[in-house]
Design a protein around this ligand. Structure first.
Ligand SMILES: [Zn+2]
Length: 459
């Protein structure tokens, strides 16, 4: 054996039990109590949890957006991911309007392959759907990409798809077995409200949130789910932020299967009061932060299974980049960091506060994304035969989150001063340590592109 992790408490979506894990050639080869076979490296995990690596199914590394580019490239972004116990990221390749899906994937692989320190996959973010591109989809599936994101908003930024195109992709998702991801906000209403605030000279960060009130998401979630049910398609709503959205998803899931929702750590623990602070623009992302009742509805949605995943929408802009909109919220590049702090926040704010169980944490950051995005059983679980993507998690490790002790290239943290208890201390990708004793020991370019299979429905 190459690696033996001894005396840990293994956590899966279903069970928590003491066992050792043996690894050879990047795969898990044994899970049993007291493995005595010799190994090149032995890690003592007494008093620690041993969990499958996290899958952050929503990141934007090196993404050009709103006239600038996210500051975390695939190297820094995946180092940050690794420190947070994330061993696979799924990044959005944004289709340039004149490129095919396959060309878009090559473009993104060109950026990612030489730099990634953890494994990664790609979703295509569709910006210009044509019937020719619909015909290309079977080849895209063969290339290992089985999810396509469409945007209801961002007309002016050139990303929007209208309802007809969304419906068309949902039809194909049924026929070909892929997953459609949807950014659900009502574009024409939010444009109207933005114009109204701008004309009144109301340009500070709080008007970002005021121009995208809860119903702007709630209505769009309803519309997306209704289109999916009508088309018989497979739909996953990204970054859900409102109690209205969760209520609608819960209602529609009873009528039709193949509907899923994702939320993000910032929607679980932050509120729109942040926009009133002098650095309010740091918190500008879409959809915006909401109220306490929304935080609670999202936790509840995770606990009861209405929401299936947590991912981060990691999309980093420095203060200097955010300052492009110093005097006008409409010019602030949208996005916040998150991949490094996702699992620690879910543990400290979710598990320790009895909002979700530890098994549920593993389910929403590993198992469910692995199934939905066609990575299971290679990833998302600790089973004999699976990739040895393993996190050794110390539930007693205390840390105050700060830009100083996090690894993104961004020059602030949106969680400055938040205290967490419980951190990943060792992180292995295919059996190789990337973080060890909270030191980076990985190497640029050693992460791999993971071709994904078809969407697998959750029960
Ligand atoms: Zn996003």
């Amino acid at each position: 054996m190459d690696l033996l992790i001894k005396n840990g408490t293994i956590v899966t979506p279903k069970d928590t039990f003491k066992a050792d894990i043996g690894v050879k050639d990047g795969k898990i080869v044994a899970i049993a109590s007291n493995i005595t076979e010799k190994a090149q490296e032995v890690v003592d995990a007494s008093g620690k949890y041993v969990m499958p690596g996290g899958i952050d199914a929503h990141t934007h590394m090196e993404m050009p957006f709103m006239g600038t580019t996210t500051v975390d490239d695939f190297e820094y972004g995946t180092i940050a991911a690794a420190f947070g116990g994330v061993t696979t990221i799924l990044d959005f390749a944004i289709q340039p309007k004149d490129k095919t899906f396959l060309e878009t994937i090559s473009l993104w692989r060109g950026k990612a392959d030489p730099k990634v320190v953890v494994d990664y996959g790609i979703h295509v973010a569709v910006t210009n759907l044509t019937e020719d591109l619909v015909k290309e989809i079977p080849k895209v599936l063969e290339a290992g990409v089985s999810s396509f994101k469409l945007f209801m908003p961002y007309r002016k930024e050139g990303l929007m798809s209208d309802d007809g195109r969304i419906y068309r992709m949902l039809e194909e998702s049924r026929r070909l077995g892929f997953l459609v991801q949807l950014h659900a906000e009502n574009n024409s209403v939010l444009e109207l409200l933005i114009e109204r605030y701008v004309s009144l000279g109301k340009l500070s960060a709080e008007y970002h949130a005021k121009s995208r009130p809860n119903f702007v998401e709630g209505e769009a979630v309803h519309r997306g789910l209704a289109l999916a049910a009508a088309a018989g398609g497979n739909l996953y709503i990204v970054h859900m932020s409102t109690k209205e959205g969760v209520a609608e998803l819960s209602r529609m899931k009873k009528l039709y299967s193949n509907l899923y929702g994702e939320t993000c750590p910032h929607y679980l623990i932050l509120t729109d009061e942040k926009y009133l602070s002098p650095k309010g623009r740091r918190y500008i992302m879409s959809p915006p932060l909401r109220g306490k009742a929304d935080n609670e509805a999202l936790w509840e949605g995770l606990a009861n299974g209405t929401l299936s995943t947590v991912a981060t929408d990691h999309c980093t802009f420095t203060d200097a980049q955010k300052d492009l909109g110093k005097d006008n919220f409409t010019k602030v590049p949208n996005g916040v960091p998150g991949t490094e702090t996702m699992i620690p926040i879910l543990y400290s704010e979710g598990v320790s506060k009895n909002r979700i169980s530890l098994n549920k944490l593993v389910e929403v950051v590993s198992y469910n994304p692995a199934k939905l995005f066609g990575l299971y059983p290679r990833k998302g679980t600790l089973n004999v035969g699976s990739d040895a993507d393993i996190v050794v998690f110390d539930p007693d490790f205390e840390m105050e989150l700060s830009q100083e002790n996090l690894h993104s290239r961004i020059d602030y943290s949106i969680y400055e001063g938040v205290k967490v208890k419980g951190m990943p201390i060792h992180v292995f990708v295919r059996g190789k340590p990337v973080v060890y004793n909270r030191e980076f020991v990985g190497k640029k370019g050693t992460g791999k592109f993971v071709p994904r299979g078809k969407y697998q429905p959750l029960n």
